[in-house]
Design a protein around this ligand. Structure first.
Ligand SMILES: NC(=O)C1=CN([C@@H]2O[C@H](COP(=O)(O)OP(=O)(O)OC[C@H]3O[C@@H](n4cnc5c(N)ncnc54)[C@H](O)[C@@H]3O)[C@@H](O)[C@H]2O)C=CC1
Ligand SMILES: CC(=O)C(=O)O
Ligand SMILES: [Mg+2]
Length: 572
């Protein structure tokens, strides 16, 4: 005899009508008939029951209907608002296609138009006017079990400059990758924008601008707000809550990293995460060039967060090869907006970070001249000057090296120093190329397909964060960054290298995150820095057990979270 679904008592008392309508979104037509009955939502959905796989196919059809990437972004964010499981499954199964939308380059466009694309609340805004009340604002966030925060003050959004409160797209996008690429549970992630104003006149004049209409507050007021924020995070979520600093302006990024590292569970993604992904690419390139890192001469276009972070980690990696610090620094040349960084620069103005790489020679003004004089084997761009690697610079790299290494790391695509095609065409297809934003495959004259890898910190921060959370690591010291770089480089296969990529394919990025996390956790225990006790018997199994399951769970009976009033420490 067939079961009569109507015999189940609808549990209407648990859901008001708006509740049930909102609940519908969480899995839509995937609710079984039994679930629909029990939840009192029978009839509110079309009769057919769909599998999540079928829903994923519908997502693909839906997003493909949009030509404009910003519309694809709006579609994806809408999906995230409605149905988290489906969003993460869809993005996770289509990483190569969806990352350019959730992340660079489209997220840059979304930030520039955030007032236009903003639909529903996502993340917390803390303004300079909230000084004294930051903890109260954190208390307004409905989730109590937050383990990871990505915070920006919007001053240097990708290479697009100061976008003020519209920078919120970046923490939202980065944390979407925390879950999509490393399985960190979405409810444990909190995007935050600290709004102290913006110096971007275009934003201030824009009727759609969503932030405070004032110029940036700097000095003690700013520092006090950030300090209050850090303390409030610990008070609300515990000392193991990770705070990833993202897209702060140069001066604040370095200052705040120095101030908070070792005292709070924090890292700066633009300085440290970028360093790890670039060094991973360089380590992988050594298998093509048959060199040691210390055999290379590296020129950086840009001497900011990304470049200095990479340069310092290169020094660490060269020292690990047995090279002295002096020799290592001697192999690294940095070019900023005023030219090659040299001692006794007439204009002065070298900060302590740049000073360490200053060369004892006469000033050289342009990158082209530096390349001509220094003859680098590696050229790395992170100055947000689109097209800075001109065809003649690339040709010089090709003339001076059998396999020149060229990294165009600036984001978004419009700021890339050169395209993959330009790098290949101007070096007789000998360049070993990577870029911050994705470039399409390139077909060589003899018909091979080169798949340029994406040298983007997205290969690092999700796995790094997963490892930090699983180990309960608070002091994210530089050895963890080198370890993450080595772990990522180790994953690169000969096939990847043969296809011109220094990174594993984006399709494998979730597995990369687990491998990076494993190394982080093992090192945290080996160095006595892990606070989760006892140590797991099987590290990888433990990590996997903590990860978010994109499949729908059972909808019956309704599950209510235990009300955590106090932060839970060390338990994922
Ligand atoms: N691929 C990746 O994972 C990452 C890429 N980036 C990208 O790197 C770029 C720079 O970011 P940050 O280093 O954080 O910025 P930053 O503001 O700290 O540094 C920019 C540097 O570029 C230099 N610069 C400006 N104009 C120049 C010119 N005409 N010639 C030479 N140098 C010049 C500045 O003097 C400064 O040293 C951005 O486009 C950002 O999106 C940043 C972090 C990660
Ligand atoms: C990728 C990244 O963090 C940036 O471009 O700022
Ligand atoms: Mg960044």
């Amino acid at each position: 005899m067939e079961f009569d679904w109507w015999q189940l008592t609808p549990r209407r008392e648990l859901f008001s009508v708006p509740d049930s309508l909102a609940a519908l979104d969480s899995r839509g037509m995937a609710f079984s008939i039994e679930e629909r009955q029990a939840m009192g939502i029978h009839g509110l959905l079309p009769p057919r029951v769909k599998t999540q796989e079928e829903q994923v196919q519908l997502c693909k059809l839906s997003i493909d209907r949009y030509e404009d990437p910003l519309n694809k972004y709006i579609y994806l964010m809408g999906l995230l608002d409605r149905n988290e499981h489906l969003f993460y499954r869809f993005v996770g199964e289509n990483v190569a296609e969806m990352m350019p939308i959730v992340y660079t380059p489209t997220v840059g466009l979304a930030c520039q138009k955030y007032g236009l694309v903003y639909r529903r609340p996502r993340g917390l805004f803390i303004t300079i006017n909230d000084k004294g009340y930051v903890y109260d604002i954190l208390k307004n966030w409905p989730e109590t079990d937050v383990r990871a925060i990505v915070v920006t003050d919007g001053e240097r959004i990708l290479g697009l400059g100061d976008l003020g409160a519209c920078g919120m797209g970046i923490p939202v996008g980065k944390l979407a990758l925390y879950t999509a690429l490393a399985g960190i549970k979405p409810h444990q992630c909190l995007p935050i924008t600290i709004d102290v104003g913006t110096n971007n006149q275009g934003m201030l004049d824009d009727p759609l601008y969503i932030g405070l209409r004032q110029r940036r507050v700097r000095g003690p007021q700013y520092d006090e707000l950030i300090q209050e924020f850090m303390e409030a995070v610990v008070k609300r979520y515990g000392q193991n809550c990770l705070v990833q600093f993202e897209d702060f302006g140069n001066a604040n990024a370095f200052r705040l990293l120095e101030k908070y590292r070792g005292k709070y569970c924090t890292f700066n993604d633009d300085i440290q995460g970028t360093a790890a992904v670039a060094v991973a690419g360089l380590l992988a390139s050594l298998r093509v060039t048959n060199k040691q890192l210390s055999d290379n001469v590296i020129v950086f276009q840009g001497a900011g967060e990304a470049s200095l972070g990479i340069a310092e980690l290169c020094v660490m990696a060269m020292k690990a090869e047995g090279t002295s610090e002096e020799d290592a620094r001697g192999r690294i040349f940095m070019v900023d907006s005023k030219g090659l960084i040299v001692k006794n620069r007439p204009e002065g103005g070298l900060n302590e970070h740049k000073e360490k790489f200053a060369k004892d020679c006469t000033p050289i003004r342009t990158l082209a001249e530096v390349v001509e004089v220094v003859k680098p084997s590696v050229l790395i761009g992170a100055a947000a000057i689109g097209g800075a690697f001109t065809p003649s610079i690339l040709r010089a790299m090709g003339d001076n090296n059998q396999r020149p290494v060229v990294f165009a790391l600036s984001n978004p695509t419009s700021k890339a120093e050169c395209t993959a095609e330009e790098a290949y065409v101007n070096t007789d297809e000998r360049a070993i190329f990577a870029s911050g934003s994705p470039f399409p495959d390139y077909r060589t004259k003899d018909g091979r397909v080169l798949r340029p890898g994406q040298g983007n910190n997205a290969y690092i921060f999700p796995g790094l964060a997963l490892g930090i959370l699983c180990a309960g690591l608070v002091d994210v010291s530089e050895d963890f960054m080198l370890l993450a770089a080595e772990a990522l480089a180790d994953i690169v296969s000969q096939e990847n290298l043969d296809q011109g990529s220094l990174y594993p394919p984006l399709e494998d990025i979730q597995e990369c995150s687990v491998k990076i996390a494993k190394k982080i956790v093992e090192h945290a225990y080996a160095t006595g820095k892990a606070s989760v006790q006892p140590p797991p018997l099987d590290t990888e199994a433990f990590i996997r057990s903590q990860m978010y399951d994109v499949r729908y769970g059972r909808a019956l009976p309704p599950v209510y979270d235990w009300p955590h009033d106090t932060p839970k420490v060390n338990v994922l």
